[in-house]
Write a protein that binds this ligand. Sequence first.
Ligand code: ZN
Length: 151
Amino acid sequence: MRPYKCRKVEQEPEIKFFKPNGIPAKLLEKIVLTVDEFEAVRLADLNGLYHEEAAEKMNISRQTFGNIISSARYKIADCLVNAKALKIEGGEIEMKRNFFCSGCKNTWDEPFGTGRPEKCPKCGDKNFRRVNNRNEGCERGRKGRRCSNGG
Ligand SMILES: [Zn+2]
């Protein structure tokens, strides 16, 4: 087996389970969308990135990205059209948290599960904060809602 390259993911989905209204979950067929598939759809379809850019962000080839997003779209369509439940979990992913130092304006990322970094790796300042990629330059775009200034 080839060594598997981890796909970079900027954020985990907030809601990990979707189901058609009014149908008990046990009667529904369940589709599993992996977190890398979710990320591909988020980057290309929601954020409007070119496949090239999105592939680069996820640290994978453009062709791999194409495969992931095709699979993701098929699953989502299957859920909508055939009323199936959708669960988002798994995938070969590497989560990153992003930090911003207000001292030297450095930004860097850290994997999940390692706790809060002690200091800015560049200047050693403790005056840094976690930033969320989803809200790039837009405080009102939280929770995935569109904001009124077009950001
Ligand atoms: Zn710094």
